[in-house]
Design a binder for this molecule. Structure first.
Ligand SMILES: [Fe+2]
Length: 199
């Protein structure tokens, strides 16, 4: 058993890498996002005292949180300006589509709640289930804040990119509404220590 474990870990990591690469090819403008969010989330979870096993699941969930975007039309993903109700619906479906992909791997089951709920908001105004506060799995709250930071830093079709300080200020401004204040505080503590990752 002991001898097969490293091989198994390698194949788990290869599977995640392959899925992330498929997503990066589908949405080249976002390449590197999954990897960066994974690093931010793991550091934040560690700061919040999560166990080693939980951190492994969090790292995997963060790497795969947007994998459902593979089912979203690239034109919708790249669209500037207002999205129609239908396009918004399609975009939002990525949280549930990701679950379908991930659920097929037994060893990724613990990531399912974190992936499903990474767009919930602390105030209950998020999706897909409108969960609020502690109802949202901690890992999902962490991924949500870390993902927002990365989107602020890299910019989006809707918004120009900002620097680290401005992005952190924005997270703090939205703490208690969109984000868990404790998660934002933990992220703000570790973020300056994180080396740049991805592209
Ligand atoms: Fe997402």
């Amino acid at each position: 058993m002991m001898t097969s474990e490293p091989v198994l870990q390698d194949s788990f990591n290869d599977t995640i890498r392959a899925l992330v690469q498929a997503l990066d090819l589908h949405e080249p403008g976002e390449a590197g996002h999954s990897e960066r969010v994974s690093v931010y989330a793991t550091a934040t979870g560690h700061e919040l005292g999560m166990s080693y096993d939980d951190l492994i699941d969090l790292r995997r969930a963060a790497a795969l949180h947007d994998i459902g975007k593979i089912s979203v039309n690239p034109t919708t993903l790249r669209k500037l300006g207002d999205l129609s109700e239908e396009e918004l619906e399609e975009l939002r479906s990525h949280a549930l589509m990701a679950m379908r992909i991930v659920e097929s791997f037994e060893w990724l089951r613990p990531t399912v709640p974190m992936i499903r709920h990474h767009h919930e908001r602390w105030d209950g105004e998020g999706y897909p289930d409108g969960l609020a506060g502690d109802q949202i799995p901690l890992g999902a709250r962490i991924i949500g804040a870390c993902e927002a930071f990365d989107v602020l830093l890299t910019g989006s079709p809707w918004r120009h990119a900002v620097d680290d300080d401005e992005a952190l200020a924005e997270l703090r401004r939205c703490a208690g509404a969109q984000f868990d204040p404790d998660v934002v505080a933990a992220f703000a503590k570790v973020q300056p220590l994180i080396q740049p990752v991805g592209n």
